[in-house]
Design a protein around this ligand. Structure first.
Ligand code: PLP
Length: 426
């Protein structure tokens, strides 16, 4: 079953006639909200992040299948070059995920057993796990309540003699100022950027995220701003590290399958392994999708901005105020996530009730994230991170994607307002 059909087949929760809530129009002060259907439940589930694939992607995949070469080859090489041009960097290396990109970046930066890697707790597990795979310890630091990103100060608090790297997460797609951080950190500490959310984001000085000179890791997972289903990439300037990552992603073979195919005599070299490598390569089936997505990226990004602006317009006047991530509509933000902090309206009970109520309306709101430092894998509560703990208790993520219509955003906003206004407990 095609992916979109799978979404369509999810049952709608309630027929509109059984809905417990009256239309929003009755309860709202006069405002910019477009109303009329908030008593209804949409038929299709609205996922929090739905990829936007067009006929062009379908044709690109078909052409690759027909070509007979579906592994890593000419499409990957072309996608890497186009990404490098887009970001303004000398090297981009595509791998099978952002998790692998983080792992390989830390590895070539020299992170190993007994080292410490500072990263946020308010992130996906990949950020920390990349360090754990190498025998290092993840040391969690707090974030700023407005930007939801680590700050230079919160990072420095966690730096010790054992710190070998810092993984900076551009949370939700908001570019973090890594220049300030670089100036404050000793040179022996590498900065790796987790830009899983931040394809298309900018640093505060306007340059693209990925062009800082640090190894910057992107995700092309299904729901990401630029999607190839699965996949990731590392953008970097260091040629030695780039060569090593290119080799490590495919068993540290001196020559990959495409080169063997195009230079058949080189096959004799291919068995001489000198280093333990990994199977983390990309494929042309994915790269051809990425190339189309990159060409379409301007339009995809514009739609995310429109959705975010609509949410801000429709929800920004609520009392007590809801808190959105700072700079959510700024050029620097790529709007992978649209987070809302319910704040004083309640703790996790209120937030979880809200998630359930939205789900009953077929709205795929979700959580980013359960803090890692509270999980047993990472030594539960070894540290106290007050902002992360407070924010994560009352924060949820509303659906946002380039596949959404503005009507979708109005549907979500309408129900969100309606639920909040009707539940005194929030
Ligand atoms: C902050 C962050 N880092 C890393 C990753 C891992 O990306 P991937 O699924 O491509 O490995 C994700 C995935 O969503 C993420 O949100």
């Amino acid at each position: 079953m095609a992916r979109f059909d799978a979404f369509r087949s999810l049952p709608s929760s309630q027929p509109s006639s059984l809905c417990a809530f009256a239309p929003l129009r009755e309860t709202l002060p006069v405002g910019p909200v477009v109303v009329g259907y908030f008593s209804m439940t949409r038929k299709n589930y609205l996922p929090f992040g739905k990829p936007n694939f067009s006929q062009e992607e379908v044709e690109a995949v078909t052409a690759v299948i027909r070509s007979g070469w579906v592994g890593m080859g000419p499409e990957t090489i072309a996608f890497e070059r186009e990404l490098a041009d887009y970001l303004g960097v000398p090297h981009v290396i595509c791998v099978n995920s952002c998790t692998s990109a983080l792992f390989l970046s830390l590895l070539v930066a020299g992170v190993g057993k007994g080292d410490e890697v500072v990263c946020p707790s308010l992130t996906w597990c990949s950020t920390a796990n990349a360090a754990l795979y190498l025998g290092a310890r993840a040391v969690f630091c707090d974030v700023d309540a407005g930007s939801l990103c680590m700050t230079t100060e919160s990072i420095l608090e966690k730096v010790t003699r054992k710190t070998r790297a810092v993984v900076v997460v551009h949370f939700g797609g908001l570019g973090v100022d890594v220049r300030k951080l670089r100036a404050a950190l000793p040179r022996r500490i590498a900065i790796i950027e987790d830009a899983a959310h931040a394809f298309g984001s900018g640093y505060p000085d306007g340059r693209k995220v990925g062009s800082s000179g640090n190894a910057t890791c992107f995700s092309f997972y299904a729901n990401k701003n630029l999607s190839t289903g699965e996949g990731g990439a590392i953008a970097l300037f260091n040629s030695r590290h780039a060569d090593r990552i290119r080799s490590l992603r495919q068993h540290a073979l001196p020559i990959d399958a495409w080169k063997r195919f195009t230079h058949p005599k080189a096959i004799l070299l291919s068995n001489h392994l000198t280093e333990l490598g990994y199977k983390m390569n990309y494929t042309d089936l994915q790269a051809c999708i990425g190339r189309v997505q990159l060409r379409r990226y301007g339009g995809l990004a514009k739609r995310r901005l429109q959705i975010a602006k609509r949410y801000v317009t429709l929800l920004g006047d609520m009392e007590p105020p809801l808190k959105f991530q700072s700079e959510i509509t700024a050029a620097r933000h790529a709007r992978h996530l649209f987070t809302v902090q319910l704040g004083k309206r309640g703790g996790s009970l209120g937030r979880d009730e809200m998630l359930a109520a939205l789900k009953a309306k077929n709205i795929g709101a979700t959580l980013h994230y359960t803090p890692l430092h509270l999980m047993p894998l990472y030594g539960r509560k070894r540290c106290h991170l007050p902002v992360t703990e407070t924010v994560s208790r009352s924060m949820l993520t509303l659906p946002i994607s380039s596949s959404m219509t503005l009507d979708d955003a109005e549907y979500v906003s309408g129900h969100f307002r309606d639920i909040l206004q009707r539940r005194q407990s929030f």
